[in-house]
Write a protein that binds this ligand. Sequence first.
Ligand code: AMP
Ligand code: MG
Length: 333
Amino acid sequence: MKFNTKLVLGIESTAHTWSVGIMDFNGKVMSVVNDTFIPDKGGLHPYLVKEQHLNNFKRVIRQALRDANCKMCDIDLIAFSKSPGLGPILKIGAQVARMLGQLLNIPIIGVNHCIAHIEIGRLMCNIEDPLTLYVSGGNTIVSAYESNKYQIFGETLDISIGNMIDMFARDIGLSHPGGPKIEKLAHQSKRYVQLPYVVKGMDLSFSGLYTAAKKLIDSKTYEISDVAYSLQETAFAMLTEVTERALAHTEKDEVLLTGGVAANKRLQEMIAYISKEHNAKFEVVPLKYAGDNGIMIAWTGILRYISEGRPNLLNTMIDPKERMDTLTIPWRK
Ligand code: AMP
Ligand code: MG
């Protein structure tokens, strides 16, 4: 089969999910296949995640090629997540990308995972210049484009919102991922119990809130659903406050909600409310593309490749701690 435009294969490998997405250079999705590590107990152990990705990477690539009805030799560009994330896991994506690039003699391009979450949102929701709230198992970031970069207006100072909810869920005996189960549980209550609300300047801290909620559970003075409800209300109100202040400051007229936690209806409701107050259009990234996926990496790879061309090999080194606000965004000039 002949394709009338070029194809990119995107590899997501920053944490729990190994995902491969194939897309054409016009932004048409051809396929996306995920394999996600789910811990039996505790959090993400890098060694166990790495083993799972190593055992599954080939199957996932093959399935993505089959679903896209193409062969490896039809691919023109490989994009992979080079930052930020867990070092041993980023390395697998980078190594697979390098091997494929060399075997096929095609360029490879490294992509910042956080920027990819925003770019796929702009594409899928057909919006131009949003203020973005990115909430996931690894990140909690409020950002917007300014002065040729995705500036960070607010972020967590300790754990991410998704991680905090997952830890609380584990403490009350719920399996991973805890987010959807806590959302359900919170629905059973309307009794708000005071919990620490920690916004420092434009940044957030969730560890005190987590500890206080855990203490309430241990004290057995409230129903579990009351604590789940109060935890959600407090954490989401903190996120909403910071997002609203960034919106007032940047005067953007679009708000984008993305990351795995974007699935939460109560959070959507709160962010929709402040967006309306500021006359901004509110969009949630379709859930298939809001969590970690290879398509967001593929698309951001295309954008950078078209504007900067083939990178030199040094630019394809992984960088577990790279901040999105250090990178220029040439395709948005
Ligand atoms: P990601 O890291 O972007 O793949 O997102 C995974 C995170 O999203 C995990 O922490 C989940 O618990 C969380 N999550 C998924 N669905 C929901 C939900 N309905 N409410 C809150 N958190 C959620
Ligand atoms: Mg993510």
